[in-house]
Write a protein that binds this ligand. Structure first.
Ligand SMILES: [Zn+2]
Length: 220
């Protein structure tokens, strides 16, 4: 484990390494950011965003919270999505969960977890939406893994429900939304292949915020 006072020495080495090949590395980076990706992931220390994606400083806009949740009334994540889509004009939004997620595990327990209750309620809601599928999985670990995946899927739906994403996609054909799981046991990223267009059209029957009348008229 790195000791606290070693961090600044690490920083100096990192600066030297970055400027060795390109003396203007930080000058160029300081001018502006133009990332193509917004990454929404779990706060878990074992999931280092830039490292697992092989991306450098300036390449990914990042939001992290416990269990990678996209809650409609969380001003933090909603501001991040809004800024990334409308101002940075990111081309891809990624929701990335991970197996063995402590937040998801906590939500599978029948217990009062204090201040975590309203946060983890979002995951219990995902369980309720997919109860038939999840209850049919007998193995506890397999059921836990599947809830991690379904949580990512539902948070992708929540991203797609936002006005910023719907309007930008209508006008520019970006961003697209992707759901990934990071496998802590192997280091591999797994693409859940979320059907972005399918989800978008499906949710717009109820959540259309484009103002373009995309909502299907109900047949009488
Ligand atoms: Zn986690």
């Amino acid at each position: 484990m790195t000791k606290y006072n070693e961090i600044f020495e690490n920083n100096r080495l990192w600066v030297a390494q970055k400027t060795a090949g390109d003396t203007d590395f930080f000058k160029k980076l300081a001018k502006e950011q133009n990332p193509d990706y917004l990454y929404i992931g779990c706060s878990d220390s074992r999931v280092p965003t830039n490292e697992i994606m092989g991306l450098d400083a300036g390449e990914v806009f990042v939001h992290r919270n416990v269990a990678n949740l996209v809650n409609n009334i969380d001003l933090n994540v909603m501001s991040t999505i809004n800024y990334a889509v409308r101002h940075l004009q990111v081309k891809h939004i990624i929701v990335c969960g991970h197996y063995n997620c402590g937040g998801v595990k906590a939500a599978m327990q029948a217990a009062d977890l204090g201040i975590l209750n309203p946060w983890l309620r979002n995951i219990r809601d995902v369980y309720r939406l997919h109860r038939v599928e999840l209850d049919a999985i007998e193995d506890d670990h397999a059921r836990f893994n599947r809830l991690v995946e379904l949580n990512v899927q539902e948070q992708c739906v929540n991203v797609i429900k936002t006005a910023a994403v719907q309007q930008s996609y209508y006008e520019n054909h970006y961003p697209t939304v992707h759901g990934w799981v990071y496998d802590l046991y192997s280091g591999n990223l797994i693409d859940l292949n979320i059907d972005f267009e399918g989800v978008l059209h499906n949710i717009q029957e109820i959540y259309d915020l484009t103002g373009k009348g995309l909502m299907k008229k109900k047949e009488k």
